[in-house]
Structures are given as C-alpha cells and as structure tokens.
Design a protein around this ligand. Structure first.
Ligand SMILES: [Zn+2]
Length: 244
C-alpha cells in the first residue's frame, strides 16, 4: 500500500487520540466506585435478610404477647364474675367453691403475667436487634448513594473527555486516505494500536529492534510505502527520528 509520508505521520496523531479514547473506556469500566457499589449491594442484600429475620422475631413475640393478653383478660373476666357472685352471697358450699376458684384464677393470672413479662423483655431485645439492623441498612444505603453519585460524576467527566477526543478524531480521520484509514482501524481493533513510530531502529508497537534483512527492507522502502512490522503487523511510521 502506498500513502503520502504526511498522511502516515497523521496516523500517529490519530493513534494518540484512539489511545486516549481506549484509556477513557478502560477508566469507565474499572472505576473503583463500581467495585464499591457491588460490595455495598452484597452487604445490603445480607442486611435485608437480617432485617427480615429480626422483624419476624419481633412479630412472633408480638403475637405470643397478644395471646397472653387475651388469656389474662379471660381470667380477669372470670374473676370479676366470681367476685360478683361471691358478693351476692349464697350457700356455704357454693361460696367455698367460688373462693377456691378465685384462688386458682389468681395463681393462673400471676403465672400468665410473669410469662408475658418475660416475653416483653425478649421483645425489647428483639426490637433493639431490629433497630440495629435498620441503622446499618440506612448507613449502607447512604454509602451506596454516595458511591453512585461519585460514579455518575466520573461518568460525566469521562463522557466530556470522550466527546472532546471524538470531535478531534472526526476531521483527522476524514482527511486520511480511506484505504490507509481502514487498514489502520483493522489493526487497531485487533491489538489496540494500529500505527507506531519507528524510534531508534525499533518498532514503536512491539519495541523489537529491526535488524538484518528486515532492517534493510524498511530502509529500502520508499517514503510513500506503508511499511508494516514483521513481528506485530502494525504500520511502522518513519520520520527523521526513526534512526534508519
Ligand atoms: Zn512491531
């Protein structure tokens, strides 16, 4: 392939822009915020499981406590009824029966109240656990929001630089001979680098020194010949600083 030496040299400017664009794309893919957001998402998911378990524990205790409340209320109702019947008076045997039942009901009420009190203490502890999980969820959520904001700011900055580089690339690429540009683009898509300056007798792409017949071939090539590296196949751009 033939191309004016000036066009070949402009490939280096194009390559500089493409390298910047590749670096920006790499920066976008590897932002530390992305790993941070992933880690917080895993943390939030584990905390959400913990929250559900803690909430279930509180709900279970609430259900048990309200069951005790009902039982205690039933005992109170029976005690009031017995008390009224006792006050109304009656046969001795009936009064003794009522007194015996009242004593039993008092014991029963006392047992139920003790058991309820114990559950209420357990509920208090369960609620503290739940509140601690909710607190950690809120903290992790805030960390995620902050990381997402930093990610979006970095994305916006990268997009601005990408736009700037792309707007410079357009006219530069449009100015190059189409066959040279398409060869360059093809090599660049394969390896990230389409053209490199030969410097001090070395290919700028793979840094391998030219020697022997290869060096002779490159030296003998006319200035408008598009020369490619035998090793990495990249376009070798030659200038007076190439050391040939
Ligand atoms: Zn090379």
């Amino acid at each position: 392939m033939k191309a004016a030496p000036e066009a070949q040299r402009r490939l280096l400017d194009l390559q500089a822009i493409d390298t910047s664009l590749a670096q920006l794309a790499h920066r976008k893919r590897t932002l530390p915020e992305l790993a941070e957001i992933d880690a917080v998402a895993r943390e939030l998911s584990a905390l959400e499981d913990e929250r559900v378990r803690a909430q279930v524990a509180v709900d279970d205790l609430d259900r048990d406590i309200s069951r005790y409340e009902k039982d205690i209320e039933q005992v109170r109702v029976r005690k009031d009824r017995d008390q009224q019947r006792l006050e109304a008076g009656g046969a001795l045997r009936e009064i003794e029966g009522l007194q015996h039942e009242l004593a039993t009901l008092n014991r029963r009420q006392s047992e139920l109240e003790d058991a309820e009190l114990e559950l209420m203490e357990q509920r208090e502890a369960a609620e503290q656990t739940l509140n601690a999980v909710l607190q950690r969820l809120a903290e992790a959520g805030a960390r995620r929001a902050a990381a997402e904001q930093r990610r979006d700011e970095a994305y916006a900055e990268i997009a601005k630089e990408q736009e700037f580089k792309s707007s410079a690339r357009g006219p530069l690429a449009a100015d190059l001979p189409p066959d040279l540009l398409s060869l360059y683009d093809k090599i660049r898509e394969d390896s990230g680098l389409g053209a490199a300056l030969v410097r001090s007798g070395r290919c700028g792409g793979c840094r391998i020194e030219l020697y022997g017949a290869d060096l002779a071939r490159v030296k003998a090539a006319p200035a408008d010949e598009v020369v490619r590296c035998e090793e990495c196949r990249r376009i070798m751009v030659r200038t007076p600083e190439s050391g040939l």
